[in-house]
Design a protein around this ligand. Structure first.
Ligand code: ZN
Length: 241
């Protein structure tokens, strides 16, 4: 059991999440199941019919996993956790950062960087494999239209909200003593909602430039071509300890 003070903090964070994103608080345990998407094993936690989606994408980010699990003790939401202890996953024998699987272009750059001796035919095969599973993966992981998609990450040393300042339009810093604990939003209206709460938040000036191609999660289905990627609408950078 965590210390009482930490537990209190966790409870307040859950309540804050619920108030900010309109999610309902529930007490019954979340349903747990497993699925494989694009060849990557996922753990799914779900409760209720909320449009809030949580994602823990990097297997070595244990604090992020714990934060998502703690939130899912009471939030009405659906969470997907890459079921791995390592940062990179294996796709047809090649290493891949799963945070780069959302577009063919991004996956290609990442596969070539992480597998410098792999022949181009192996890279192409892995990219084709990801292409085949991407639409199903996005349909499964992404929220319904209008929903909010939050990816939880651990922060590495030397990275904080201040690193985002030079490339951001606005920053909300009500907790200056916790600069490594913040939300990075890709939609201005979500950032505006966050500024009503006492949690650090930042709005990048070109959020789409941070990922190869992204759109608001829940864009009209007709806009979703195979080559199009969707990225979470908010990234929760937490040093939660
Ligand atoms: Zn991460």
């Amino acid at each position: 059991m965590p210390p009482a003070t930490l537990k209190n903090t966790e409870i307040s964070r859950r309540a804050w999440f619920a108030s900010l994103f309109g999610a309902a608080l529930r007490t019954q345990p979340a349903n747990r199941s497993r699925a494989t998407l694009c060849g990557i094993p996922f753990l799914r936690l779900a409760r209720g019919a909320s449009s809030l989606r949580l994602l823990r994408i990097h297997g070595d980010e244990e604090t992020a996993r714990q934060a998502v699990e703690i939130l899912m003790e009471s939030l009405e939401a659906e969470a997907w956790i890459v079921d791995s202890r390592t940062r990179h996953v294996e796709v047809l024998g090649l290493r891949l950062d799963p945070n780069r699987m959302f577009s063919r272009a991004g996956a290609g750059r990442n596969l070539r960087r992480l597998n410098p001796s792999a022949p181009e035919s192996a890279i192409a095969a892995a990219l084709d494999f990801l292409d085949q599973g991407r639409e199903k993966m996005l349909r499964t992981l992404a929220p319904p239209p209008g929903g909010l998609w939050i990816a939880a990450h651990n922060n590495g040393p030397g990275y904080s909200i201040h690193a985002e300042a030079p490339i951001s339009t606005e920053m909300h810093l009500p907790q200056p003593e916790m600069p490594r604990d913040f939300f990075l939003f890709t939609e201005e209206k979500d950032f505006r909602a966050a500024t009503r709460a006492p949690r650090n938040a930042v709005l990048p000036d070109r959020p789409e430039g941070r990922t190869t191609a992204r759109s608001r999660a829940g864009a009209p289905p007709g806009a979703c071509a195979t080559s199009m990627s969707r990225q979470p609408t908010a990234s929760w950078k937490s040093s939660w300890k």
